[in-house]
Design a protein around this ligand. Structure first.
Ligand code: ATP
Length: 231
C-alpha cells in the first residue's frame, strides 16, 4: 500500500482553484519532491495531507486513512516542517523540543536524543533567540521528527540555508527514507534536487504537469518553459 495516495484531488478557496485534479502516490520510504513556483499549490497539498484542509473533490489517503477524519491522529503519525517555523526565542532548544515531545507522547530523554541527532546537543541549553537560521531549521526538523513519524512533510525546508546546511539536511532525509520513513519536500529549485530525491512531482497553477525522475523530466518537452530552464 502506498504511504500517500491522491486521486483527482481538488481544493478551492472561493474562486481560487489552489489544487486541480491532482493524482499521484508516494511509496513507503520514498523520497519525493513537490516542485512549483509561488502559488502552485504545494502548501495546499501538504495541508490536505495533514488533514488541516479538506479537498473540494477527489480522494486522499495518507498512511491508509482519510486525513480529514481524525486529523489529530494523522498529525501524530506525520511529521510536518512548515515553511516559516517560528519558536519563542526566550526559550532554550531543549525546552522547546521537550514541549513538542510531550505533545507527541515522548519523554524528555527522547527529546534530548533528537537534539543530538540534528546536531544541536551543544546548543540545547542556549536560548533559541541566539540560534542561526540553520540551527532554527534543524530545531524545526527535530520537532517534525519527534515521535518517529512514518511520513514527513517539509515545506521548502532548504530556503535560506547555505550549501553546507542544505547538504546536511538532505543527508538526514536520505537516512530517514532509507529507514522506511516516507519523505515529501517542496521546493522552488529543481537544480538542487539532483541525486537527493527519487522522484519529482511538478505543479503549475494547481495542476500536476509532470511526475518522474529528474532524468525523465529532462526528456519531457511539455514542461512549462519557466521550469524547463532550471533543469
Ligand atoms: P509558495 O511557494 O508561495 O508557498 P505554494 O505552491 O505553496 O506557494 P499555495 O500556498 O498552496 O502555493 O497556494 C496556492 C494558491 O491558493 C494561491 O493562489 C494561494 O493564494 C491560494 N490559497 C492558499 N491558501 C488559501 C486560503 N486559505 N484562502 C484563499 N486562498 C488560498
Amino acid at each position: 500500500m502506498p504511504a500517500v495516495q491522491l486521486e483527482r484531488v481538488a481544493k478551492r478557496y472561493g474562486a481560487v482553484e489552489a489544487v486541480r485534479d491532482v493524482s499521484f502516490s508516494l511509496p513507503q520510504g520514498g523520497r519525493v519532491a513537490l516542485v512549483g513556483h509561488n502559488g502552485a499549490g504545494k502548501t495546499t497539498l501538504m495541508k490536505l495531507m495533514l488533514g488541516l484542509a479538506r479537498p473540494s473533490a477527489g480522494r486522499l489517503l495518507v498512511l491508509g486513512r482519510d486525513p480529514s477524519e481524525g486529523a489529530a491522529e494523522t498529525r501524530r503519525r506525520i511529521g510536518w516542517l512548515p515553511e516559516s517555523v517560528t519558536f519563542n526565542g526566550a526559550l532554550t532548544g531543549r525546552e522547546i523540543l521537550r514541549f513538542f515531545a510531550r505533545l507527541k507522547g515522548e519523554n524528555a530523554a527522547a527529546a534530548d536524543a533528537m537534539l543530538d541527532r540534528v546536531g544541536l546537543a551543544e546548543a540545547a541549553r542556549r536560548r533559541v533567540g541566539t540560534y542561526s537560521k540553520g540551527m532554527r531549521q534543524r530545531l524545526g526538523l527535530a520537532q517534525a521528527l519527534i515521535g518517529a513519524p512514518r511520513a514527513l512533510l517539509l515545506d521548502e525546508p532548504t530556503t535560506g540555508l547555505d550549501p553546507e546546511m542544505r547538504q546536511g539536511l538532505y543527508d538526514i532525509l536520505a537516512g530517514l527514507s532509507g529507514a522506511g520513513t516516507t519523505v515529501l519536500l517542496s521546493s522552488h529549485a529543481l537544480e538542487e534536487l539532483e541525486g537527493r530525491v527519487e522522484r519529482v512531482v511538478i505543479l503549475d497553477r494547481g495542476r500536476l504537469v509532470a511526475d518522474g525522475t529528474l532524468a525523465e523530466l529532462r526528456a519531457l518537452a511539455r514542461l512549462p518553459v519557466r521550469l524547463r530552464l532550471t533543469l
